[in-house]
Write a protein that binds this ligand. Sequence first.
Ligand code: NAP
Length: 248
Amino acid sequence: MKRVIIIGATSGIGRALATLYVAEGWAAGITGRRKVLLDELSEQLGGNVLARVMDVADTTGARRLFDELVASMGGVDLVIISAGTGYLDPFIPWETEMETVQTNVTGFASIAHAAFEMFRRQGYGHLAGISSIAAVRGGPAPAYNASKAFVSRYLEGLRCVASSRNLPIYVTDILPGFVDTAMAKGEGLFWIASPERAARDIFNAIGKKKRRVWITGRWRFVALLLQFMPERLYTVLVCGKKKNTRQD
Ligand SMILES: NC(=O)c1ccc[n+]([C@@H]2O[C@H](COP(=O)([O-])OP(=O)(O)OC[C@H]3O[C@@H](n4cnc5c(N)ncnc54)[C@H](OP(=O)(O)O)[C@@H]3O)[C@@H](O)[C@H]2O)c1
């Protein structure tokens, strides 16, 4: 039986992924901070599930818990890091900016690194991380967009290391547009996928060992558009340019 660990499985995309992988016959290790939701999901999914309360922002504790979970499962084929946070507040309080960095940057890297090292020792494995369309440019949630750029570049870097050292480790960068979860904030949301649809697309992409996948596929074109959009136009369309704030 194949084994997957999903970091951040208490809600949204992570929860839908846990549900799908177990339905597909995988054993699952699931984590998150909200114990009540973890217990509820474990009960719903039944037998082949191990749950651990884990805060990725506590990097030392999270890496220890991760290694313990892997040992309890007798090894793991796939690790998916879905845990993430983000805030849309024009006043960008430092507290939420810091929480975003601690979760999406140091928290993400601590588990991605632990998983990569575990796969290297084990001799095989597949790591997938959830980035975002926000990785493409800076935006109105500065720490969030920057943190997702970090996620994508870190995964690309791990793929580079796996290749240069000829390690049989696959790495997949998952870039959702909008998915209907607590995380999807703000106005003007469009092309919103359900968490179940997102999970199915992610499952298929990982099965094909893809390096990168847009959720859903058409967001790839939005990313291209954003990437090459001149900054003045981007400022007006995405940031919402106000009078007297022009910066050349
Ligand atoms: N929804 C979208 O439109 C969208 C778009 C692009 C990218 N994404 C990305 O998709 C991923 C999943 O988000 P979602 O949309 O499914 O939102 P969600 O329902 O809010 O799920 C976030 C998950 O991350 C976990 N998490 C947050 N902080 C954590 C921490 N410090 N330690 C451990 N786990 C933590 C949460 O669990 P606990 O609270 O129980 O810890 C929860 O399981 C995120 O990385 C997000 O940035 C989402």
